[in-house]
Design a protein around this ligand. Structure first.
Ligand SMILES: [Zn+2]
Length: 258
């Protein structure tokens, strides 16, 4: 009887333009797969569109509890000299089925023959923070030579602004450099846990990420702001429209579709 590997090889030879995914092994005793913690799909009813003009590609949907903080974050970034309207979403919510295509049928076909290698930079389906609706991959437009989901994002004004200010809006960097989880440094990947535990939805988000936060701390990490939500105070209320936000001059910014 043919082995699974030889069958995959035969299919790859028959259909060279189609990536054939190697089967994933079961998770370890601690529930992790290739270092990634398991996350299920958020209910569709709990997803809302991100502010208009924010997404580079198709619709960017996020967990409704993160929407107000994201809106405030974008206004604050847009008001920062050197950052302006450059901050964009490369990817937001990705369901488990979508993650399957990202993991093994994306541009990087070759690593799919070795899921453990692929998993260093992309979570296997069922193990991605993006399924929760709380995670966002940020990028910049114009790119000025810095490709999406590239380490150079950390050196852009927007990337540096996030490192300095994202926690003020409840976002934290899930996979910092040299993290013990064994996941590649992802300066573009931020998850929302709220600015303080009393903030609506923050307790649920922090519970969902409790294991990740205790075993593999984010850096920078969101932390409680004493007594008040500093982000909400810092941004004039007139700039906030429901959960959306008016991004000044967003229509004039050059947005590359992909
Ligand atoms: Zn991500």
């Amino acid at each position: 009887m043919k082995s699974v590997t030889s069958t995959i090889l035969a299919l790859a030879l028959l259909f060279p333009n189609v990536a054939i995914a190697a089967p994933l092994p079961p998770p370890g005793a601690d529930g992790r797969l290739f270092g990634h913690l398991p996350y299920g799909d958020i209910a569709a009813v709990d997803l809302v569109p991100a502010p208009p003009g924010f997404s580079i590609g198709a619709t960017c949907r996020i967990n409704r509890d993160a929407a107000a903080d994201l809106a405030r974050l974008l206004v604050a970034a847009a008001d920062t000299p050197g950052v302006g309207n450059s901050l964009r979403a490369i990817s937001c919510h990705r369901g488990v089925a979508h993650q399957e295509s990202v993991f093994c049928r994306g541009r990087h076909h070759a690593p799919c023959a070795d899921p453990s290698y692929r998993a260093r930079s992309v979570a296997p389906p069922g193990y991605s923070e993006h399924a929760t609706g709380y995670a966002i991959d940020f990028g910049v437009r114009p790119t000025r030579g810095c490709a999406d989901v590239d380490y150079c994002f950390a050196s852009t004004p927007a990337g540096q602004w996030l490192m300095a200010h994202a926690p003020e809006f409840g976002f934290e960097l899930s996979f910092p450099a040299a993290n013990r989880q064994g996941v590649t440094w992802e300066p573009w990947h931020w998850r929302w846990v709220g600015t303080r535990i009393e903030e609506p939805g923050a307790a649920a988000a922090r519970l969902l990420f409790a294991r990740a936060r205790s075993l593999y701390p984010a850096l920078p990490a969101a932390r409680d702001v004493l007594g008040t939500n500093a982000a909400a105070v810092a941004i004039p209320a007139r700039r906030i429209v429901a959960v959306g936000v008016k991004l000044p001059d967003i229509s004039s910014a050059r947005v590359r579709r992909r």
